[in-house]
Design a protein around this ligand. Structure first.
Ligand code: IPM
Ligand code: MN
Length: 380
């Protein structure tokens, strides 16, 4: 049985509990982006519309250009109007940005700058990337079933600092040109993302792992001591450990079940989550949520714009559909509706429906048909 709406638990004076549902109104901004972005966001939008209708919520939608198409049309990867629409909304759903058309290393700007600027402008410092192989797809993973079965990791990647946002540039030296990127983290930047991860660990398996490179990097030594202080002072109930990033890369494929919540910096998190995406078998299944202290959250699949299959109608929309479930959960507090979508995705996979990326060479369906199946499961 499915439930809709916020279950407000009201405690009466006699100590009895009553449950009530309510209509939620929300303004959503859709940023389809480049490559397969528009195709997959279209399916997630259909799913959101179906849930809203079924559960009596009122969502309004605006959309805006971002990434390469925005460079083409407006000369910038994040036009002011797009940023304003995002600021003015309750949550943002993004497809993907980038593609070979905008890859010229000498170009003035790049599609990715649009996404990085959006994260920075909205102060979305905590990027949640859950990795839990779905039981129906255990054999889609390149790793053995015994390794991936039961894996349930939440990565919390710092998203608005570190080497992604340090000073960068090039300079001429006598011996030739040199390029540099500065990596830095401050105590408050580290503490706030560790807190988000620790809170999440409290609500899950109670284990937190911080990943760094403290044997080499000064930044990581600060990271490690701040993380340890936050945990000791505020989260001493958690089981806490630290792992070096190179060792983590190894543990992720040898004993991924041993991890619960993993918190790390921007670049380590980028790399480790692409690696972890192979546990469930396809990058096409993983959603993410980027959250700040306040304001709208940004929801996107962790995969890229897949220009090689763009426009063919074969991309897997499930990561974006699952991102829309995270949107309902984290920005609109609609937990039941999020579960509704996740259960529908499970039911569709259970029925054997597969897009090409997870079909292991077997029969596959296209992007829109996968959307149809999820909607049919939602209405069942
Ligand atoms: C991601 C992507 C981005 C990142 C790119 C597109 C800028 O790889 O969200 O993981 O590196 O953060
Ligand atoms: Mn990435």
């Amino acid at each position: 049985m499915f439930f809709c709406g916020i279950w407000a638990i009201l405690r009466s004076s006699t100590g009895e509990y009553a449950k009530a549902t309510q209509t939620v109104q929300a303004r959503l901004t859709l940023l389809p982006g480049d490559g397969i972005g528009p195709e997959i966001v279209a399916q997630a939008e259909r799913v959101l519309r179906t849930v809203a209708e079924r559960c009596g919520h009122e969502f309004s939608y605006t959309s805006g250009p971002i990434g390469g198409n925005a460079i083409d049309d407006f000369g910038t990867p994040l036009p002011d109007d797009t940023l304003a629409a995002c600021r003015d909304s309750d949550a943002i759903l993004l497809g993907a940005v980038g593609g070979p058309k905008w890859d010229d290393p000498n170009a003035k700007t790049r599609p990715e700058i649009g996404l990085l600027s959006l994260r920075k402008e909205l102060q979305l410092f905590a990027n949640l990337r859950p990795v839990a192989p779905r039981p129906q797809l255990l054999d889609a993973s390149p790793l053995k079933r015994e390794i991936v079965e039961g894996v349930d990791i939440l990565f919390v990647r710092e998203l608005t600092g570190g080497i992604y946002f340090g000073e960068s540039g090039r300079r001429e030296l006598d011996e030739g040109e040199e390029a540099y990127n500065e990596m830095k983290y401050s105590t408050p930047e580290i503490a706030r993302v560790v807190r988000v991860a620790a809170e999440a660990a409290r609500g899950r398996g109670g284990r937190l792992t911080s990943v760094d490179k403290a044997n080499v990097l000064e930044v990581s030594r600060l990271w490690r001591s701040v993380a340890a202080d936050v945990v000791a002072n505020e989260f001493s109930d958690l089981q806490y450990d630290v792992v070096l990033v190179d060792a983590m890369a190894m543990h992720l494929i040898s004993r991924p079940r041993d991890f619960d919540v993993v918190v790390t910096g921007n670049m380590f998190g980028d790399i480790l989550t692409d690696e972890a995406s192979m546990l469930p078998g396809s990058l096409g299944l993983l959603p993410s949520a980027s959250l700040g202290e306040s304001g709208p959250g940004l929801y996107e699949p962790i995969h890229g714009s897949a220009p090689d299959i763009a426009g063919k109608g074969i991309a897997n929309p499930l990561a974006t559909i699952l991102a829309s479930a995270m949107l309902l959960r984290h920005s609109l507090q609609l937990e039941d509706e999020a579960v509704l979508i996740e259960s529908a995705v499970d039911a569709v996979l259970e029925s054997g429906a597969r897009t090409a990326d997870i079909a292991a060479g077997g029969p596959s369906i296209g992007t829109a048909e996968m959307g149809d199946r999820v909607i049919a499961a939602l209405q069942a």
